[in-house]
Design a protein around this ligand. Structure first.
Ligand code: FES
Length: 157
């Protein structure tokens, strides 16, 4: 991605936000919405526009796992890691998912098809374990259901 495109994206987002005060998080959201992740080349631009150090921008990027440093896979799978789901098998489901995908949380499968992310409550606490595949929430997810949902998502992608 050429640096000029990043310049235009950062400047357009800042123009919409109106003020650089408190703009770091909204700006990072805008960049991720535009590119699917926050490219490393945008960090110096963001620091310059918001009068922050690069370390400050990196610090925020590292703190919030929501922001991706590389593009996500074609399918994003989010497993609920919150307490209610943990009490009904989310830990075992997470281990199954990692083994099946061959990657950990915040990682993408070697073929680039699936990104695995943790999420903390999807509002389906009474029927966990819960997960999202793309934009759809699924409840009462067993390892077998996980495999079926994954196979369908990969074939649809
Ligand atoms: S704790 Fe998992 S959906 Fe609420």
């Amino acid at each position: 991605m050429p640096a000029a495109s990043f310049d235009a994206c950062v400047d357009a987002a800042l123009e919409q936000l109106g003020t650089p005060d408190g703009a770091l998080l909204p700006l990072l959201h805008a960049i991720q919405a535009a590119y699917g992740h926050v490219p490393a080349d945008t960090v110096p631009l963001i620091a310059d526009r918001l009068n922050l150090s690069r370390a400050e921008v990196h610090g925020v990027l590292s703190y919030y796992h929501h922001f991706r440093k590389s593009p996500a896979g074609k399918v994003v799978v989010q497993l609920c890691r919150a307490e209610a789901c943990q009490s009904v098998g989310a830990d075992a489901l997470a281990e199954h998912a990692k083994a099946r995908l061959g990657c950990d949380f915040h990682e993408t499968t070697a073929d680039g098809s699936v990104t695995l992310e943790p999420v903390y409550c999807l509002g389906q606490c009474a029927c966990g374990p819960s997960m999202m595949v793309g934009e759809r929430v699924h409840a009462l997810v067993t390892p077998e259901k996980f495999d079926a949902l994954l196979a369908r998502a990969r074939s649809d992608a």
